[in-house]
Design a protein around this ligand. Sequence first.
Ligand code: IMP
Ligand code: MG
Length: 187
Amino acid sequence: MQPYEKYLKEILITEEDLQKRIAELGAEISRDFAGQTLLLVCILRGGVMFLTDLMRHITVPHSIEFMAVSSYGVGRRESNGQARITLDLNTNIMDQHVLLVEDIIDSGHTLASVLELLSTRKPKSLSVCTLLDKASRREVQVPIRYCGFVIPDKFVFGYGLDLDEYYRNLPFVGVVDLDKYKGNPLG
Ligand code: IMP
Ligand code: MG
């Protein structure tokens, strides 16, 4: 038994449902960008699982890049509105079709900061693909072109999303039982 099983309240999205929806998103993106090339920008670290599964379903030629943004640290559950870029792109995005790949949009602050920065670099287009959208928590409006699932206001982990940095490897998205979780992901 792994420690997380004690505070996994429920599986919100199964592996099967995730994979089915990701294949649909990949097909939609492939249709929309047919005949063009794409740059997928993954926001570390939560977006990694989603990126690697999604790109297998994208049939237009594309390259990948990574950015890291710190919105909140271990033990915190909310953005403070000030996202800091901790790893920037290694490539010039001018005149490229850029698709940001995110794990989850909560308040929207993280994404708003990234969009603001990248738009100053004059990409040909800049759009957003998020696996999860906690729409009811939005504080700043952000344009979402592709969305996997709209989810309720619950703290989730697995499939790239961490519980204090652990369990990103789980193939499903689960809900944390905050009555049982005492802040030690290994305890
Ligand atoms: P925002 O700036 O409030 O939109 O927060 C977005 C970031 O917070 C995401 O990229 C995630 O890394 C993290 N986040 C928000 N909600 C959750 C959650 O339920 N589980 C794990 N990480 C989350
Ligand atoms: Mg996180």
